[in-house]
Ligand binder design. Structure first.
Ligand SMILES: Nc1nc2c(ncn2[C@@H]2O[C@H](COP(=O)(O)OP(=O)(O)OP(=O)(O)O)[C@@H](O)[C@H]2O)c(=O)[nH]1
Ligand SMILES: [Mg+2]
Length: 470
């Protein structure tokens, strides 16, 4: 293992900047000694009790880069003091499974970096991104699914994302995969026994029974995979482009979905000439919302560029909202856009239903539409529900763990393919040996999801995306 786990690491665990409270976290065999040195305490800290202590640090240490920065303006000797609360979590009852000490100070960057510097002088090493959680994983406190869920929970920007991440942290996916692994292990053991005692002339499992058992394992994987697309959408969001002819109310809709007066709306057609993108929380999903220039034959080169960018979004959008204006007859521009988007995932939004209706869609074959008035707000809630439904995200039940992570999806697909190969071999009545190789591979893929089999590269890849201090 290339990761050093025998030393004591330290990091500021709270976000950078000022705050009411800031926390410095230490983990490793010297955590308690280093914390004691920081506050001049010889006695051990009482486990899991908040201990009031005082920090006095002489600033301007030679090795103290962070602290030196903080005082370089005066370059004289200052005493940085603060009142602290120190809490020690002795191994193994801690986040990392090692001795952990958390030091809460006032959330001043100067104070926190002074504590950090002092801890490093006393023998700690600055933690790498995600190193606390990596140690928790290596010490068996979390499996890899849960460690990844910690990062997702921290990064969540909508309640739905937070819930999906917390479900995984609580172990719903771990349990589901454990059940699949258990069933697979059972078939493998029986096939292996048949292989080990060939002279008995007795099958520990009849091939037909093995095929049925493997099919059941595959069904379990299919159930998980069925929800993977939705899960990934929850985690990563989707791109939703708003397109339409000029003046139909795209920007008004964009602003309404953002709940903010983000972009300019005027009665003059051609107001929006560039792409505007914003994150929007719609039905619990974190969406990338794109407002575009009105699509028409434009003479102005700026508007031409805008229109070509608007068309470009069609290729990348997960969902296209085609906005029509109910107070106008269908124009050639509208018709062209409806044709252009016919094969794309789209919702046709008939806007301005507060105005008299002149729009007639019967000539274009009665297309399904959602009607709204951005001006009065009528129909907007239904439209939002419609967007969530179109993205296939409406149904988020708690009893099916959502696979949100592409790594998990790929490993499940690999396991499923191996199981299918094993069954083909079994049905072809070849020796038990061949299907076993495939079953072994399926089992390895499942173990990689939970992290019981990993490589250093995989761990580095996962944990480098964490922030420092987590
Ligand atoms: N009556 C009514 N007017 C609306 C509605 N939605 C938008 N408008 C008006 O329609 C005009 C155009 O709205 P925008 O949101 O700028 O339309 P757009 O499609 O972004 O237009 P461009 O960017 O100029 O192509 C503005 O005067 C809006 O106030 C609606 O539901 N009802
Ligand atoms: Mg606009």
């Amino acid at each position: 293992m290339v990761f050093s786990t025998s030393d004591t690491i330290v990091a500021i665990a709270t976000p950078s900047g000022r705050g009411g409270i800031g926390v410095v976290r230490l983990s490793g065999p010297d955590a308690a000694r280093i914390a004691g040195a920081l506050v001049g305490r010889d006695k051990p800290f009482e486990p899991r009790h908040a201990t009031f202590a005082k920090l006095v640090v002489e600033s301007g240490f030679s090795t103290a880069e962070a602290s030196a920065k903080a005082v370089s303006r005066t370059n004289s000797l200052h005493r940085i003091g603060d009142e602290l609360v120190v809490t020690a979590f002795p191994a193994p009852q801690s986040y990392t499974g090692e001795d952990v000490v958390e030091i809460s100070a006032h959330g001043s960057p100067v104070v926190l970096s002074a504590i950090l510097t002092r801890a490093i002088e006393a023998g700690a090493r600055l933690a790498e991104p995600g190193e606390f959680t990596l140690r928790a994983f290596l010490n068996g406190k979390l499996d890899l699914i849960q460690a990844e869920a910690v990062a997702d929970l921290i990064d969540a920007v909508t309640p739905l994302q937070a819930r999906a991440a917390f479900d995984q942290l609580e172990g719903t996916l771990t349990v589901a995969i454990g059940a699949i692994e258990g069933a697979l292990f059972d078939v493998m053991a029986r096939l292996e026994a048949s292989l080990d005692f060939p002279d008995e002339g007795y099958h520990f499992v009849e091939p037909a029974a093995a095929v049925a058992a493997i099919a059941q394992v595959m069904a379990g994987i299919d159930t998980l995979l069925a929800h993977a697309a939705r899960g990934r959408l929850v985690r990563e969001g989707a791109q939703v482009a708003i397109v339409g002819a000029p003046n139909v109310g795209r920007t008004s809709l964009f602003n309404a979905l953002l709940n903010a007066n983000r972009a300019i709306v005027t009665p003059i057609p051609g107001t929006t000439r560039d792409l505007l993108t914003e994150r929007a929380d719609i039905g619990g999903l974190s969406l990338g919302l794109i407002d575009t220039a009105g699509v028409r034959e434009a003479a102005d080169p700026i508007e031409q560029e805008g229109v070509s960018r608007a068309r470009g979004t069609l290729a990348v959008a997960d969902l296209v909202l085609v906005v029509l204006d109910r107070s106008r007859a269908l124009s050639d521009d509208d018709r062209a856009l409806l044709e252009l988007t016919a094969s794309l995932p789209r919702l046709i939004v008939v806007n301005k239903i507060d105005l008299p209706g002149l729009l007639d869609l019967t000539t274009s074959g009665s297309l399904p539409t959602s009607s709204a008035s951005v001006k009065t707000g009528e129909g907007l809630d239904a439209l939002i529900a419609e967007i969530a439904r179109a993205l296939n995200a409406g149904d988020c039940r708690r009893d099916t763990p959502a696979i949100t992570n592409i790594r998990h999806t790929q490993l499940l697909e690999r396991a499923r393919a191996s199981l299918a190969r094993a069954n083909t071999a079994l049905e072809g009545a070849v020796s038990e040996e061949f299907p076993l190789v495939d079953l072994q591979d399926a089992s390895h893929a499942l173990q990689e999801i939970s992290g019981r089999r990993t490589t250093d590269d995989l761990l580095r890849h996962i944990f480098e995306k964490f922030c420092i201090g987590k």
